[in-house]
Design a protein around this ligand. Structure first.
Ligand code: UDP
Ligand code: MG
Length: 315
């Protein structure tokens, strides 16, 4: 029987908390009663420096409900950091942790399936949206575009998976070895390794309160995701430079031809040629510098180079 913690980051979530607490604690009570999870499993609400009554509510619920606990961060550090704070807090206390958003847009009825898969040897179980019927066209378009862009940019990520996932204690231990400050959990988690699986669900609408990810935050988040995982944008710059230099060469042939046939204004050939050539050279050089900066970037992150899963001794 596994000891589970459900981690819920909350930022100004007073409208949704009453419902979230009752749904989640109903689920944990049920699972504990059925002996699917141990009785000391718990739900940890992480208050990410909310300015409303979120923390007061969490305090009250921790007194009222058996399995509810709270963790208050000193200030607002953002969804990803708040989530990490919760995960790292419980890392040595539980067998597995499940992270879920406070608005319960993700379907909690797949949690038992996640636990099953974990018991059968999966260290990471991703919650994946099978449909996005309830999202607005705009949200769906931007979100799916984002996953495709991530893939194009060479970052590892699970398609249509947000931060609803189960991680075993040793996967959490692996996660703790990633020291980077630009935190993009759904990119980091697949790089940890171990056996993983997915469970599928339909994403619901937010029942109360409003999204804490307006367009501007979403764009920053997407940019963060790409720049934390890939130095491909720099390779693109370098590629553009090479392309321009090739254009310059092609142009040189054309300009030479025009020059020979004599139908040019004087000075045109040299100006046009140097324009393309210098442009290409500048871009190429920036790209080369970028490659070095990219390498430095990867170095300073001090990511673990490997995580050992097990060792056997055949005695
Ligand atoms: N959140 C947080 N800190 C922040 C912003 C958001 O802890 O600075 C939490 C929020 O309370 C919620 C989760 O992150 O539990 C996801 O936010 P939201 O549901 O608003 O995002 P969306 O579903 O619209 O992408
Ligand atoms: Mg949400």
């Amino acid at each position: 029987m596994l000891k589970i913690a459900i981690i819920v980051p909350c930022y100004n979530e007073q409208e949704v908390l009453p419902n979230t607490v009752s749904k989640l604690s109903e689920l944990t009570d049920k699972l504990a009663a059925e002996a699917r999870i141990s009785h000391d499993s718990f739900i940890l609400f992480v208050d990410d420096g909310s300015r409303d009554d979120t923390w007061e509510l969490i305090g009250r619920y921790a007194g009222e409900y058996d399995h509810v606990q709270g963790l208050k961060l000193a200030g607002n550090v953002g969804h990803q950091n708040a989530l990490l704070a919760g995960l790292m807090t419980v890392k040595n206390e539980v067998d597995a942790a499940i992270s879920i958003d406070a608005d319960l847009q993700d379907d909690i009825s797949v949690i038992p399936e996640m636990i099953d898969k974990c018991e059968r040897g999966c260290d990471i179980v991703y919650g994946v949206r099978s449909a996005r019927k309830t999202d607005t066209f705009f949200k769906r378009f931007t979100a799916e575009g984002f996953y495709k862009l991530m893939k194009l940019m060479g970052a590892k990520s699970v398609y249509n998976h947000a931060d609803f996932r189960l991680m075993s204690a040793r996967a959490l231990e692996g996660l703790s070895q990633f020291k980077e400050r630009n935190l993009f959990l759904r990119g980091i988690v697949p790089t940890i390794g171990y056996k993983s699986d997915c469970v599928y669900y339909e994403r619901k609408e937010r029942t109360a309160g409003e999204s804490k990810y307006p367009l501007k935050k979403m764009l920053t988040f997407a940019f963060d995701g790409i720049t934390s995982f890939s130095i491909k944008p720099m390779s693109f710059i370098m590629g553009a430079g090479v392309f321009l230099i090739i254009c310059a060469i092609a142009f040189a042939i054309y300009a030479f031809h025009s020059y020979v046939t004599g139908n040019v204004v004087s000075g045109w050939t040299s100006i046009v040629l140097s324009l393309w050539f210098i442009g290409g050279l500048v871009l190429f050089s920036i790209g080369v510098v970028g490659q070095y900066v990219g390498k430095i970037y990867i170095e300073v992150k001090e990511r673990p180079r490997y995580i050992i899963e097990e060792r056997v001794d055949g005695k």
